[in-house]
Design a protein around this ligand. Sequence first.
Ligand SMILES: Cc1ncc(COP(=O)(O)O)c(C=O)c1O
Length: 450
Amino acid sequence: MYGIPTDGATVKALDKQHVFHSWSAQALIDPLPIASAEGSYFTDYDGKRYLDFSSQLVNVNIGYQHPKLVAAIQEQAARLCTIQPSFANDARSEAARLIAEIAPGDLNRVFFTNGGAEATENALRMARLHTGRFKVFAAHRSYHGATAGAIAMTGEPRRWASEPGLPGVVRYFGPYLYRSAFYASTPEEESERALAHLRDLITFEGPKTVAAIILETVVGTNGILVPPPGYLAGVRALCDEFGIVMIADEVMAGFGRCGEWFAVDHWDVTPDLITFAKGVNSGYVPLGGVIINDAINETFQQRVYPGGLTYSGHPLGCAAAVASINIFREEGIVEHARALGSDVFGPALAKLAENHPSVGEVRGLGAFWAVELVRDRATREPLVPFNATGPDAAPMGEFAAACKQRGLWPMIAGNRTHVVPPCTVSADEVAEGIAVLDEALDVADKYYTG
Ligand SMILES: Cc1ncc(COP(=O)(O)O)c(C=O)c1O
């Protein structure tokens, strides 16, 4: 390799000098240099191995360095590294065909992007032009990306610094029974009341002004919130009634994460647009996109679609998507993730809740789970306050440190640890990780006051 540093200290020093990191005060962070990775593990320069219960940013669904996926990228690189979007390209055509094949209903076309934010950004643009309306309904508990439109749709605190953003975003509460905005006490009540709330908002905003409702099919970073029965079908019905485009943001929940190709498959609901990224090729090469139904595709048959990207449908990203989808099929990875959810994570995390008073709730499906930590089970006071930083966030920091010390890389989000390893993780690896969580949760229990 030409001039690539081979020791952790140099990597770290250069990072400190020259790299500007996401979502960070640059002087206050201490990025761990990573030397290598394989399967469900990555290794630092001191040779310490971590079992990855985060899949990086919930994107390495296929695990690290899958040999067939690496080979497919190498082959494509040798054949054709790049070609701009207005040409037709075999890797792009085949990736689009495969994605249309696994997508539900008449979602038959793919607009490729470099990642998730550009996907939600373009889905919004399509919905607005298709309907001739401009408002978009987006959930408080959501993340849709960090570009202008995507961050404006995002509900959570990462949006605040980018305000005032795009006009026309209307915020709604989605279902979350454990902390119900609707004083509901059953999943059925939560579903009904969340839908009634959405209907009221549509009525008061003016149905003819609403272009789209965007939702994360299973809310990811903001809690792994699995929708209660009837909710998605109810949103679909509202969209049909009022001519609103339903956008399912499956950037995190799609491509096997929920034990289905797309999370919507779980509830047999067909949105008008699906946004994807991450698991489409596990981020081996950046790729995302929007899957478009026939009606919206029809809008742009004679009319120009006013959007594009130099790297839309990049051959390396698309070749990686083709290989990844084929590997998922050959190795039954979607089915594996589904079985992990019902047979491994479900029971193991329920046991953690039995062992530790600080576990308020465990929830999830497939390889997509949250352990929500509280100071008091009766009041459900979160272990750390909403959007805590610095000393307020210390209990979660201590919990994370306890995991890392024992060789487990957790995904911390607010007062929760999300359990989101690669979808290829084995039952033995899960057991290894759960054993670490079991020990580390003693740290959280120390703060329990209930
Ligand atoms: C649901 C969802 N949508 C969009 C995004 C943005 O994706 P990207 O970071 O690739 O722009 C994310 C990223 O975490 C996400 O989880």
